[in-house]
Design a protein around this ligand. Structure first.
Ligand code: BGC
Length: 369
């Protein structure tokens, strides 16, 4: 069964048309379970497809599921449990809630199923064999540097220009049930702190704690609403906003929408604040082309997926995957052996060379947003 059949079967199950267990659709003995968090963000669709292509190319069947960010009918814990019950050979999991799969990971261990954490660390469990991800702290640093550069506080090499501002910024974090969100925040705040401390940067809302900055489940709508309320509470007196730290393109689009509604812009050239991002999603790359979003962070998810496939094949063939980091990723029970990939900041002028020439996005995808 191909992943498309598996996905179709899963859709029928979710609508109650077909009961998956017992109907034999997943009886293949060589199936890999791939659990992705959501289809609401392009990057996870690319991740899922590349993983499935790679595993199918190596002769395995793939049960690829998306958890819809854990809405009731697509609970990731249930999806993973079903995969275990169906007897998958191995699991690759990008968790919605990093600490939400502890029971399933124990069940996987009991069934002898290796588990690879994909981009997001699986927390609070001993039963995580391997982790493939990007330099997450580096993402946060790069986002903060892009913000500082957009404000004119540092130059292209990251060296201070001597511009002391003061610049008004607001801070957004990702979903705190995703370990990455905290690491992005740490990298960004470590980089911004000296400029906050010396008064070059100010946060008029005072919301400099991650708990205030959180955007639960990385939701664009939540980000738009929070930006809207920050503007009406702290900027109604004419205070100018110069920059927004955003950890993910969906959040950036929500922030930019709120700024537009507030009547700022519509372009950076016309006073829109500098807004950062992550994932090089087509919708945000289009906004960059339109001089509305300042930057994004490109993480080549094709390479990450290939890396995860290599790790999976290593386990399936009785070996061990390659590891580059044995110290950073402590999941609160153990340090998970990790393979880490590099990231790249993308500004408007880099779109063609970094994103289009590499085949990550086509011009058509960018124009379609
Ligand atoms: C990923 C980011 C992504 C975010 C929201 C994080 O775990 O590392 O690339 O922007 O989730 O989907």
């Amino acid at each position: 069964m191909t992943r498309r059949v598996a996905a179709a079967a899963a859709a029928l199950v979710s609508t109650g048309v077909l009961a998956l267990s017992g109907c034999g659709v997943l009886d293949g003995t060589e199936t890999i379970g791939v659990a992705m968090p959501t289809e609401s963000s392009e990057r996870w669709i690319t991740d899922g497809e590349t993983l499935a292509d790679g595993l199918e190319g190596a002769g395995y069947e793939v049960d690829l599921r998306y958890a819809g960010d854990d809405i009731a009918q697509y609970r990731q814990a249930d999806q993973v449990q079903e995969m275990i019950d169906d007897g998958v050979e191995l699991l690759i999991v990008a968790a919605v809630d990093g600490a939400g799969l502890v029971d399933q990971l124990a069940a996987a261990e009991a069934a002898g199923i290796p588990v690879i954490a994909y981009d997001r660390l699986l927390l609070d469990s001993e039963h995580v064999d391997h982790y493939v991800t990007f330099d997450n702290y580096g993402v946060g640093v790069a986002q903060a540097q892009a913000l500082l550069r957009g404000l004119g506080v540092v130059d292209a090499d990251g060296a201070p220009t001597g511009d002391g501002g003061p610049y008004n910024i607001e801070l957004f974090a990702g979903s705190l049930d995703d370990n990455n969100a905290l690491i992005f925040w740490e990298g960004a705040m470590d980089t911004l702190r000296p400029y906050l401390d010396d008064g070059t940067l100010r946060v008029p809302s005072g919301q400099t704690e991650v708990a205030f900055a959180e955007t639960y489940r990385w939701s664009e709508d939540t980000a738009r609403d929070r930006m809207g309320s920050l503007l009406s509470q702290y900027y109604d007196d004419g205070t100018e906003l110069h920059g927004v730290l955003s950890p993910y393109d969906g959040i950036s689009r929500g922030v930019i929408a709120a700024l537009g509604l507030w009547g700022i812009g519509p372009t950076l050239g016309e006073g829109l604040p500098v807004v950062t991002g992550q994932d090089a999603e087509a919708g945000s790359v289009q906004l960059m082309r339109q001089d509305m979003q300042h930057s994004t962070i490109f993480k080549d998810t094709r390479v990450l997926a290939d890396r995860a496939v290599d790790a999976a094949l290593a386990y399936l063939e009785g070996g061990e995957p390659e590891v580059t980091d044995t110290t950073t990723y402590d999941n609160r029970v153990k340090v998970v052996p990790t393979y880490t990939l590099d990231i790249e900041t993308v500004y408007r002028r880099d779109i063609e060379e970094v994103l289009v020439a590499s085949g990550y996005l086509t011009e058509e995808e960018i124009s379609a947003g």
